[in-house]
Design a binder for this molecule. Structure first.
Ligand code: FAD
Length: 468
């Protein structure tokens, strides 16, 4: 047990506000160190609730998230209930399906059930005798000077508690963050994208998955897209991402059918006509927000983690993974700074802000990649080139997606490296193309016609079919 500021960790109260994914995991991290951990969650206990309202039904878990789970001994438990997705499966308008692997052979992301993950993490946190869960406690206000927090209970009463450290894990619309906004030199930006999302279920067919299960299915349609992730009960959760004004144009069951016939005809028999017509209107399309802020801390009293610090749009599948990685980074700094909050908190801000801001930007970028670039032959060609170079020079050229998803290279370093790699590869391609043109011109000049011309589509198709 380390000592700092007169109190040992055993005597210090750490209040984790928000018992969602990042809050529940954080409770394990702090409890492991011996702090008196109090988790406050505004909802009731999801392990007892009949309907769990949350955002997406399932999530893609990747390396950073797995590493964070592994440090509290939870990786195997969660991974065993996840479904590996080795490739994207691109659905063309004509129904053709083409896989694009996520990484090398053996690399995959996992589709996990959000509610189950949250429940498992709460149960794990509760196993520590020094961790206490307080459900139905909605934070109303708190004081950065004293650490006094006031909670509203369902019966209208209030309850107060004073903590040595307050960890804000209360999501994108954080109440903890409101105090930060009142302070000078706090930077904050919030951007709603013009797109919303809506979830539909694709049921099993004769007890089996309706599509190949080990893929993240994508129907890219340039300005919008649909994706589908597999669930353990052999359903797929399909998520339609589309500009709100397009959602608003669809007002009847017939409109839904017309829209799906035009853009996702292969999905109609799999979701089912009646289900489509009704489920589409079950809930309105949900908004997506990207939030950046800095600093992440107030003195030695409070720190923000997860979506309360950095809500990102979901297109890189990194929101939760980044939030889980926050817990590792904080934990590592706790070791470096001997659990002295006055040193840990500013260091955490210094280290983590550039990385979280980068993943917020990359997530925005990946939306265009997912809905539009995957349709482009140049994108597929460049991906192939990257894969070949990664195969030949595995340490020098690493695709951006691989760095983000399958390593713990800091997000901002991954981005810098990607820019450098792009410069080198594009220059290399330019040199090759120039050489080919000059060489070709020389050959044509020396041995006129007879050379049989190959249609450009065939050249692309051959290049894309090369197996690495
Ligand atoms: P939350 O999950 O929002 O939890 C916050 C908790 O705080 C909640 O339980 C809430 O009830 C509680 N709370 C709020 N206010 C108070 C209060 N005043 N007092 C007490 N408690 C409070 N990420 C990935 O890594 N991979 C994916 O594939 C992925 N897919 C996504 C798909 C969609 C459609 C969306 C919207 C997001 C996706 N994400 C994904 C992002 C991921 O959902 C979030 O990053 C993650 O949920 C953040 O966890 P959190 O604990 O910080 O916040």
């Amino acid at each position: 047990m380390m000592e700092s500021g007169g109190k040992s960790s055993k005597d210090k109260v750490v209040a984790v506000v928000g018992g969602g994914l990042v809050g529940a995991l954080n409770a394990c991290y702090f409890a492991r160190r011996g702090f008196q951990v109090e988790v406050f969650e505004s909802r009731d206990d999801i392990r007892e609730a009949k309907i769990v309202r949350g955002r997406s039904i399932n999530l893609a878990l990747s390396h950073r998230g797995r590493q964070a789970l592994s440090r509290v001994g939870m990786e195997e438990k969660i991974v065993s209930k996840g479904i590996p997705m080795h490739s994207r499966m691109i659905h063309s308008l004509n129904g053709k399906q083409s896989p694009i692997p996520y990484g090398k052979k053996g690399q995959y992301i996992l589709s996990v059930d959000r509610a189950n993950l949250n429940k498992e993490l709460l149960t794990e946190a509760e196993r520590y005798p020094n961790a206490k869960m307080n459900f139905d406690h909605k934070l109303q206000d708190w004081s950065p000077d004293t650490g006094l927090m006031t909670f509203l209970r369902p019966d209208g009463s209030t309850q107060s508690l004073q903590a040595d450290l307050i960890v804000g894990c209360d999501g994108a619309f954080s109440t903890i963050r409101k105090q930060f906004l009142r302070r000078s030199r706090f930077n904050f930006s919030q951007t709603y994208i013009p797109h919303g999302y809506l979830e539909l279920t694709m049921p099993p067919v004769a007890g089996e998955f309706a599509m190949k299960p080990n893929y993240l299915h994508i129907w890219p349609r340039n300005t919008f897209m649909m994706i589908a992730l597999p669930n353990l009960d052999k359903t797929f959760t399909c998520t339609l991402f589309m500009p709100f004004d397009e959602f608003e144009k669809i007002t009847t069951g017939d409109d839904v059918m017309e829209f799906f016939l035009e853009y996702f005809p292969d999905a109609i028999p799999l979701i089912g006509v009646e289900a489509l017509k009704t489920d589409y209107f079950r809930l309105p399309a949900q908004a997506m927000v990207s939030i950046k802020c800095s600093p992440y801390h107030i003195n030695d009293r409070c720190v923000l983690m997860g979506d309360s610090a950095h809500a990102v749009v979901p297109f890189y599948g990194q929101g939760m993974n980044a939030g889980f990685e926050d817990c590792i980074v904080f934990d590592e700094i706790m070791d470096q700074c001997n659990e002295d909050f006055s040193a840990v908190l500013p260091e955490y801000t210094r280290v983590r802000v550039p990385d979280d801001h980068t993943i917020a930007d990359l997530a925005m970028y990946n939306y265009v990649e997912m809905r539009a670039h995957v349709n482009s032959k140049w994108f597929l060609f460049r991906k192939k080139v990257d894969d070949i170079l990664h195969f030949l020079l595995p340490k020098t050229i690493v695709p951006l997606y691989t760095m983000v998803t399958f390593t713990r290279i800091r997000y901002h370093e991954a981005l810098q490296r990607w820019h450098w790699q792009n410069k080198v590869i594009n220059q290399g391609l330019l040199v090759c193309a120039t050489g080919a043109v000059l060489g070709g011109s020389y050959l044509i000049a020396k041995h006129p016609p007879k050379i049989q011309s190959i249609p450009i589509e065939k050249v692309w198709d051959r290049l894309l079919s090369l197996k690495v």
